[in-house]
Design a protein around this ligand. Structure first.
Ligand SMILES: O=C(O)CCC(=O)C(=O)O
Ligand SMILES: [Fe+2]
Length: 283
């Protein structure tokens, strides 16, 4: 029998509870309560022993008590291990990282911000996601310039190098695609995105990116830190429209066509370090 304990909410007397429960201490001190039995595992033996003593077990859904995190495959080798947990602990990942207003933008008839023609802008992540991703890239440290024979190279680290390629593919498919397909009709298929990298701009290293087209049908450009606080200058300029987005917001995504009309450049950073995550999507 499947028990829907959330509607209606209430307290349910159940014969068996496993994995996690709250127990009154005096019950554990009761010498009649046992965990061992010839035919049952310890949890079932415990429940059977409670039943024999007329001690009831309950599931209580009157309140939200929180949620459990699966630690079965928790890898401790990263700076921010939770970034790697989207498959195992999706609910926890969403609570921790997804922007509180993201779901508003999924509602029908919601119009996306459009700072330049056909350049869309929406919040996806909390700042925490961005700080942790930058920390992961900096801890890895293998920044390269001009990998993949890129004629317009940035100083970057590919997401695969920091073990986050699959996580990012999932973000593109499950969180970004619903918004993409809302504005670019016909692009509903799983995004194909071989090029996804954290880009770093610094005045003394690479400060800007010259005008170019991307090798992408559409480009996803996520701001990983704060304009005017972490750096000065920077931003993306769309040359055909003489239109720039310079007040980019941490955790917000810019999405724009990669070719033809959207010839663009990365504007010079004059102070500090600007980080973005750029994805070239060619469905
Ligand atoms: O700096 C920017 O916002 C633009 C980055 C960009 O155009 C690219 O990486 O292809
Ligand atoms: Fe670009």
């Amino acid at each position: 029998m499947k028990l829907n304990i959330c509607t209606p909410r209430g307290v349910w007397n159940v014969p068996f509870v496993s994995s996690s429960y709250l127990v009154k201490r005096s019950i554990l001190d009761n010498p009649e309560i046992s965990y061992s039995c010839k035919i049952f595992d310890p949890e079932k033996a415990f429940a059977a022993s409670l039943r024999e003593q007329d001690i009831f077990m309950y599931v209580d859904s009157r309140f939200h008590y929180g949620y459990l995190v699966s630690a079965d495959n928790f890898d401790l080798s990263h700076v921010n291990n939770e970034l790697y947990q989207v498959e195992e602990n999706r609910y926890h990942f969403e609570q921790r990282y997804l922007h509180e207003n993201y779901s508003l933008y999924l509602q029908p008839n919601q119009t996306l911000n459009q700072p330049c023609p056909d350049v869309y802008w929406f919040p996806l992540f909390k700042p925490r996601f961005c700080h942790e991703l930058v920390a992961e890239a900096e801890a890895n440290g293998s920044w390269v310039t001009g990998a993949y024979n890129d004629p317009v190279p940035t100083q970057d680290i590919h997401m695969e190098y920091i073990g986050l390629g699959e996580m990012w593919d999932l973000m593109l498919k499950e969180y970004i695609l619903p918004l993409v397909s809302g504005v670019f009709t016909g692009y509903e298929d799983t995004p194909h995105c071989p090029y996804k990298f954290v880009v770093r701009y610094r005045p003394d290293q690479q400060a800007f990116l010259r005008p170019h087209h991307d090798t992408a049908t559409y480009t996803i450009n996520l701001a990983l830190n704060n304009a005017k606080i972490d750096y000065e200058g920077g931003g993306c300029r769309f040359i055909r429209y003489n239109c720039s987005v310079q007040d980019t917001r941490i955790g917000w995504i810019l999405m724009h066509p990669g070719r033809l009309t959207h010839y663009h450049e990365g504007l010079p950073v004059s102070k500090g370090t600007r980080y973005i995550l750029v994805s070239f999507v060619d469905p």
